[in-house]
Design a binder for this molecule. Structure first.
Ligand code: F6R
Length: 242
């Protein structure tokens, strides 16, 4: 496990974008696993900036996102598909048919999850997986549990995640979908590189628990301690307890 200390959110975003750029430059046809949420927004903005300056080319890149709300169509402004279009895909030259997000509009959970695992399998796995971390230690939508789920599956969101995400639904928890399709912890662990971004005081306690406490499915991110190529980039606040 490597820990990179950044001064602030801007510095964190540049450092994380640097690692992703290195991946794209070294392997132009790489498979990038991507995340939504607040943490990676600055990273995506930095990648777009470097793309606009001509320093990055996404024409051969394929992407697979971690998760999607079940029941939200792609066009919904809170779907993760939409988030990715607005924050990255619309601004760079990634091919529209090379971007993948679980199909939240498919009500058949088993079929939707199986199809997503097949996509990742057919791509030969993920070269670099970008992650955030939830306040309860979740990665993707893998919430605290008594085991580490392997493949893509349908989850019930916990109260804590619904609370954390209601800010994106006008502050109304009733509007937050109650289920999601998420890549499993097994798939994340099979990524050849894993990069986590964490910022702010709110992440300090869970960062300490996840990476300096026991490896347990009660803190899903803790399993990353066992990943052979895991890098955490955090700002001073997020790393203040370690
Ligand atoms: C997003 C995802 C989530 C977030 C986590 C942190 O695709 O899978 O695990 O990474 O909830 O969210 P933020 O970055 O908003 O604190």
């Amino acid at each position: 496990m490597k820990i990179i200390r950044a001064k602030d959110y801007n510095d964190l975003s540049r450092k994380a974008a640097n690692i992703i750029s290195a991946q794209v430059i070294l392997k132009p046809n790489c498979v990038l696993g991507l995340a939504t949420g607040g943490s990676p927004v600055g990273t995506y903005a930095q990648l777009v900036d470097w793309y606009n300056k001509g320093d990055l080319d996404f024409s051969e890149v394929t992407t697979v996102n971690l998760d999607e709300y079940r029941g939200l169509p792609r066009t919904h402004d809170q779907s993760y598909w939409y988030f990715m279009q607005k924050n990255l895909f619309e601004h760079v030259n990634v091919r529209p048919d090379a971007v993948h997000v679980p199909d939240g509009s498919n009500p058949d959970a088993e079929a939707a999850c199986k199809a997503y695992d097949q996509i990742i399998h057919d791509l030969g796995g993920i070269d670099l997986q970008l992650l955030g971390i939830g306040p309860d230690g979740h990665i993707g939508f893998n919430e605290p549990a008594d085991h580490f789920p392997l493949g893509t599956h349908c989850v019930d969101l916990t109260e804590s995640t619904i609370e954390a995400n209601k800010r994106f639904f006008g502050g109304n928890a009733d509007l937050v979908p109650k289920q999601a399709y998420t890549m499993g912890v097994g798939t994340i662990m099979q990524a050849r590189k894993v990069l986590m971004v964490a910022n702010g005081k709110g992440k300090a306690e869970i960062i300490k628990q996840a990476f300096f406490g026991p490896v347990t499915p009660e803190v899903p991110a803790s399993i990353l301690q066992m990943h052979p190529d895991f890098t955490l980039v955090g700002d001073e606040e997020a790393l203040s307890l370690i």
